[in-house]
Design a binder for this molecule. Structure first.
Ligand SMILES: [Zn+2]
Length: 399
């Protein structure tokens, strides 16, 4: 008899943030990703307690394996809490994801306290909030020491199911997970991109792979009008460099995420024919330096860390920290671009896989003006055999 397969979004269903999904393969209980989300400045978390509303689990402690697709906070930010609840679970991610996650989860909060202390008047001693953050940092570091790192194309056999890890594109270290359970093949994409970026190639799907179910992070599944410009990042880098070359003022570039910061620095370095010095804020620099340690080239010899002393003369400053009062005399540019798939890429991806079933999660809520979802668009395709399910949080689905 074929094993039963169940799925429940605990967060990150039909919204972006707090991605966390329960997958039951036969008798095995797994979690895919453990993120936090942010809405109007407030952090929200996945609802792990809805697990015990299923007939399969009496406590979160019965989770056996946890897989983390990549190091963005909306996929990994909740991991320390989840590890507390599921203390017996084994945790798997790539080495790069582990490295970037350790920065996201414990070094970054710690460094921000240190930076604030250096800037603000010394009160002496630690207040309670700082002590709590420091305790959390130490605990998270201890927990992250327990994870298992995996490589692309590595296959693991847990008896009742097997899993293979595939490159997902999107950001360095991101992986998809291909599960085989009985005769069924289930692919969880995490965030993915078909096209490469300056720091990573696009996702890799083995030729001829027959997937029955794809659990798809379909950010733009309701937005057929959303198509990104393929050259957006290099074009922005070239525009910023031209501006810095012509302008009398130095140029400050604000990027909304650390991983976008490092992509942008890589692109600047690729096009910097004028050899303009690039200053980088400490948190972006820290992560760039760590990636270099794992042989992902980001920096060039012109890159400098932004210290307490403001640099003089012609330069570009890249920061992910928003406005800084001390940057009054800069020309400010907001730099943003998409590391996700766009609608045409998603369509191409689904047409290529042509799965029997597509479970759409991590889906931005806004309905496009034309009102068409990926399901409605592919419905008109005579070759498409896919049935769609836009999975809601806290609902249990038999796949
Ligand atoms: Zn992501």
């Amino acid at each position: 008899m074929e094993p039963d397969i169940y799925f429940m979004p605990l967060g990150g269903g039909q919204r972006v943030g707090a991605s966390c999904y329960y997958l039951r393969l036969g008798e095995c209980n797994l979690i895919l990703d453990a993120g936090t989300g942010k809405e109007k400045g407030l952090v929200f978390e996945p609802d792990l307690h809805s697990l015990v509303t299923t007939p399969f689990l009496q406590s979160v402690g019965q989770i056996q394996q946890i897989y983390i697709s990549h190091a963005h906070a909306d996929h990994v930010g909740y991991l320390p809490e989840l590890m507390n609840m599921a203390s017996m679970a084994e945790i798997y991610m790539t080495e790069l994801t582990a490295l970037l996650s350790s920065y996201q989860l414990y070094d970054r909060p710690y460094l921000s306290i240190v930076a604030k202390k250096e800037q603000g008047p010394g009160k002496g001693g630690r207040n309670r909030k700082e002590q709590r953050l420091e305790d959390k940092r130490l605990e998270t570091r201890y927990r992250l020491d327990q994870i298992t790192t995996v490589s692309y194309l590595q296959k693991m056999d847990f008896g009742r199911y097997q899993v293979t890890f595939l490159p997902a594109g999107h950001i360095p270290g991101a992986m998809m997970m291909l599960f085989t359970c009985g005769k069924r093949k289930i692919l969880y994409t995490g965030d993915y991109s078909l096209e490469g970026t300056p720091l990573t190639d696009g996702c890799m799907i083995p030729d001829g792979l027959a997937v029955d179910t794809v659990i798809l992070c379909g950010l733009h599944a309701r937005q057929p009008q959303y198509a990104k410009r393929a050259d957006c990042l290099s074009k922005t880098a070239q525009e910023v460099l031209a501006l810095a070359q012509q302008s009398k003022l130095p140029v400050m570039c604000r990027v909304p995420q650390l991983s976008k910061g490092i992509e942008f620095i890589r692109a600047l370095n690729e096009w910097n024919v004028w050899q303009i010095p690039v200053y980088i804020d400490p948190s972006v620099m820290e992560i760039a330096a760590r990636m270099e340690q794992l042989s992902v080239p980001v920096l060039s010899s012109r890159d400098r860390i932004m210290g307490v002393q403001m640099p003089q003369g012609h330069h570009i400053y890249v920061t992910s920290n928003g406005t800084s009062g001390r940057c009054k005399d800069y020309q400010k540019v907001n730099v943003d671009f998409c590391l996700h798939e766009d609608f045409p890429e998603m369509k191409k991806f689904l047409k290529q896989l042509n799965p029997r079933q597509a479970v759409i999660v991590h889906c931005a809520g806004e309905i496009s003006p034309s009102g068409q979802t990926i399901e409605q668009v592919l419905m008109n395709d005579p070759e498409c055999r896919t049935q769609f399910l836009f999975a809601e949080e806290r609902e249990l689905y038999q796949l």
